[in-house]
Ligand binder design. Structure first.
Ligand code: GN1
Ligand code: MG
Length: 370
């Protein structure tokens, strides 16, 4: 029988007794619940998560990374630390035995965060303001971690954004064809092949040392930003499971992937997913205002390219999972991963067509910011 979230929550240092838990949607990986706790008129809410053991084989290393990052961001020495930081940085709640997680009888590993009230997250960008706010939030996140040496964090998911290895994994999946889906993905495989020139454009300079290794979020999509309900401001970056050494280009690429089109990630009806230049410009504006101070010229030169590379990589990952029978990403319907891959490919086509215009916008914003 699945463990009871209320029972698990009782093993953490909550304010008051857990009284109600409801499933919290969002994310393709972990299971999440929102748990209310109460004590004498006081009501506090928490986010309870059961970590995916198949995706994260070493939860202890993952939690060490998260604790180091949160401690650093909360410390006064971090650049941009704000006195009202409570809603700007996630807070982990310790287990009653002092550990950062609880392990249930079935081996499941659970953790608890304070729930940040009066916020909402979005699956898609509604306005240019959202894109600019989210870009600024990720820039703040990167800056606050700029003086934490990357060697302090483990590579919990090695080669996570190693695009050439992701493509190699797709080729293996085609070769093995374990669930017989290759025949349904011929068109998408051909489309991927047409974008292979993008494959090494971030990884090669990283390997050559031309791009610095820094701490990156590594899952910098719109759904991982909390917006204040009243002000509409992006106040906090969440989902720190993939925070590890990487490149800010992996993050900016994911921002472009998720914040420059108004279409859903799994809207795979084959029609064009137009990249909206107004959203792109707002994203660049918000991001560069915080990031242009620390990015090197080699990094800024690849900003636009990073969006194409990461969108390509994500198409490759969704298609690989489709061919492997949806082993990695949670799905609600059989062809959802194929739709996700299609949607990424449609966006990529649109990015290709507007690449020159995007490059000009980045250069204009860089000139203005300098
Ligand atoms: C996954 O954890 P979640 O659902 O936010 C994935 C990201 C992908 C993203 C696509 C650990 O993110 O890399 O970009 O889905 N996370 C992991 O939406 O694989
Ligand atoms: Mg994630």
């Amino acid at each position: 029988m699945a463990p009871d979230p209320l029972h698990i929550t009782r093993l953490f240092e909550t304010d008051g007794e857990p009284t109600a838990a409801d499933r919290h949607a969002g994310g393709h990986i972990h299971d999440s619940w929102r748990v209310a706790c109460g004590r004498a008129g006081l009501r506090r809410r928490y986010l309870l998560q059961r970590l995916s053991a198949s995706v994260f084989p070493d939860p202890a290393a993952l939690m060490r990374n998260i604790e180091r990052v949160l401690d650093h961001m909360a410390s006064a020495s971090a650049p941009d630390a704000s006195p009202s930081g409570a809603r700007e940085v996630l807070t982990l709640v310790r287990a009653r035995d002092g550990a950062s997680t609880v392990t249930d009888a079935t081996g499941g590993v659970w953790r608890l965060f304070n729930f940040i009230e009066n916020t909402r997250c979005r699956e898609t960008v509604a306005t240019a303001h959202d894109a600019s706010e989210a870009g600024a939030a990720f820039a703040r996140f990167q800056r606050r971690l700029a003086d934490l040496p990357p060697s302090r964090l483990s590579f919990t998911l090695p080669d996570f954004h190693h695009t050439p290895k992701r493509l190699a994994a797709l080729r293996c999946a085609v070769e093995e064809n374990p669930v017989g889906r290759v025949a349904h993905a011929r068109d998408e495989l051909a489309r991927i092949a047409r974008h292979e020139d993008l494959n090494g454009l971030i990884q090669q300079p990283l390997d050559a040392g031309a791009l610095p290794l820094r701490i990156a979020h590594n899952d910098a999509k719109i759904a991982n930003v909390l917006f204040d309900v009243d002000s509409g401001k992006a106040i906090c970056v969440v989902d720190l499971d993939t925070v590890m050494p990487g490149s800010p280009l992996h993050d900016f690429g994911d921002m472009m992937r998720s914040m420059t089109s108004r279409r859903r990630e799994d809207q795979g009806d084959g029609t064009e997913a137009p990249l909206d230049l107004e959203l792109f410009d707002a994203l660049v504006d918000g991001y560069l205002a915080g990031a242009c101070g620390f990015l090197t010229p080699a990094e800024t030169a690849l900003l636009t390219t990073s969006g194409l590379v990461i969108t390509f990589e994500q198409a490759v990952r969704f298609l690989t999972d489709y061919l492997l029978g949806d082993a990695y990403y949670r799905t609600q319907r059989p062809a959802q991963n194929l739709d996700r891959a299609r949607s990424q490919l449609a966006l990529l086509d649109s990015m290709r067509r507007q690449r020159g215009a995007m490059e000009s916008m980045v250069n204009a914003r860089l000139d203005a910011a300098r």
